[in-house]
Design a protein around this ligand. Structure first.
Ligand code: ZN
Length: 160
């Protein structure tokens, strides 16, 4: 069976940036399950997986526009230290949930000065070209319950 809309696929993957640094990978022996065609993966990877089958291996390079988008420097902002929790040591690399017009999103601390903190609202992988090594470990039909829930049940997926 091939990977098409509503198929459940389990994939082993390693994700590297252009410098060859590993950003993310599936757990050893536990491929990541997802339901194809529901926007659960970044668009560039999902379209590369379309039509693939058990055992297929692929190396794909995905530009930011098909991944987490380009960086937007307008959402890098300096805020007064006093606006952040007082009992936390603020350090570069820390992430916070922040509320804005579009709902909750994650901001990353990129700079700390005495009374100012620089926060970056971009996704940490915005502007990054992604290099995936993928191996297809399993392809099967989704159950109607999985389609209803929008996630995969069983090993590596939801247990309930
Ligand atoms: Zn469920």
């Amino acid at each position: 069976m091939q990977i098409t809309k509503n198929a459940v696929a389990l994939i082993h993957y390693t994700l590297k940036d252009d410098a060859g640094e590993v950003i993310d990978k599936s757990q050893e022996g536990t491929p990541m399950p997802y339901i194809h065609g529901h926007g659960n993966l970044i668009p560039g990877l999902e379209s590369e997986l379309e039509g693939k089958a058990l055992g297929d291996k692929l190396s794909v390079r995905i530009e930011p526009k098909d991944a987490y988008g380009d960086r937007n420097e307008e959402i890098v902002q300096d805020v007064p230290r006093a606006q952040l929790p007082e009992d936390v040591d603020i350090e570069p690399g820390m992430q916070f949930q922040a509320q804005n017009d579009g709902g909750m999103h994650v901001v990353t601390v990129v700079g700390v000065e005495e009374d100012q903190v620089r926060l970056d609202g971009n996704h940490p992988l915005a502007g990054v070209t992604l290099n995936f090594e993928v191996e297809i470990a399993e392809v099967r039909e989704a159950s109607s319950e999985e389609l209803e829930h929008g996630h995969v049940h069983g090993p590596g997926g939801h247990q309930h």
